[in-house]
Design a protein around this ligand. Structure first.
Ligand SMILES: [Zn+2]
Length: 160
């Protein structure tokens, strides 16, 4: 997949989950950046490892870097797994994974159609429901007059 597709889908994921855009977008191109700057890694080898990405996502889940890792997993590895080359389970020597038959050719019209549809889905359909992982902004609700002062004081330290 080319960067435009990764970045667009990464932004869509940021929208759906209410994540920090720069971080999730950075994540959505990170495997290719790592590959580019390392010079020693094979194309779509360890930098695209599904196992490494999952382990890091779990390890960083309680930190702001969760946004980066969700970008890596959903904005990058998921998208690359739709292509013919797919992504490695571990590294370039082992098993590779492709989703939906891995029919997409990188840079083809199919890539733009699929990423365009995913982005539209994120922003138009799911985005309007907003599955934000962040806490509710009680002070905003109070200042908008949606809730009164008592409700605001009761809820302001509630995190769930
Ligand atoms: Zn890639």
């Amino acid at each position: 997949m080319i960067w435009v597709s990764h970045i667009a889908v990464g932004a869509g994921i940021g929208k759906v989950f209410g994540l920090n855009y720069p971080l999730v977008i950075l994540g959505s191109i990170l495997p290719d950046l790592v590959e580019f700057f390392s010079k020693r890694l094979e194309h779509r080898g360890l930098s695209h490892s599904l196992i490494i990405a999952i382990v890091l996502t779990i390890a960083l889940w309680m930190t702001p870097l969760k946004a980066v890792m969700l970008g890596v997993l959903l904005g990058h590895l998921f998208m690359d797994s739709l292509t013919i080359t797919g992504i490695p389970l571990w590294d370039e020597k082992g098993r590779r994974i492709t989703l939906f038959g891995g029919r997409i050719r990188t840079g083809s019209a199919g890539e733009f159609v699929v990423s365009g549809l995913l982005v539209a889905l994120c922003f138009l359909l799911i985005g309007s429901f907003n599955l934000s992982m962040d806490r509710r902004d009680w002070s905003l609700l109070y200042h908008q007059g949606v809730i009164d002062k008592r409700e605001y004081y009761e809820h302001r330290f509630k995190f769930f």
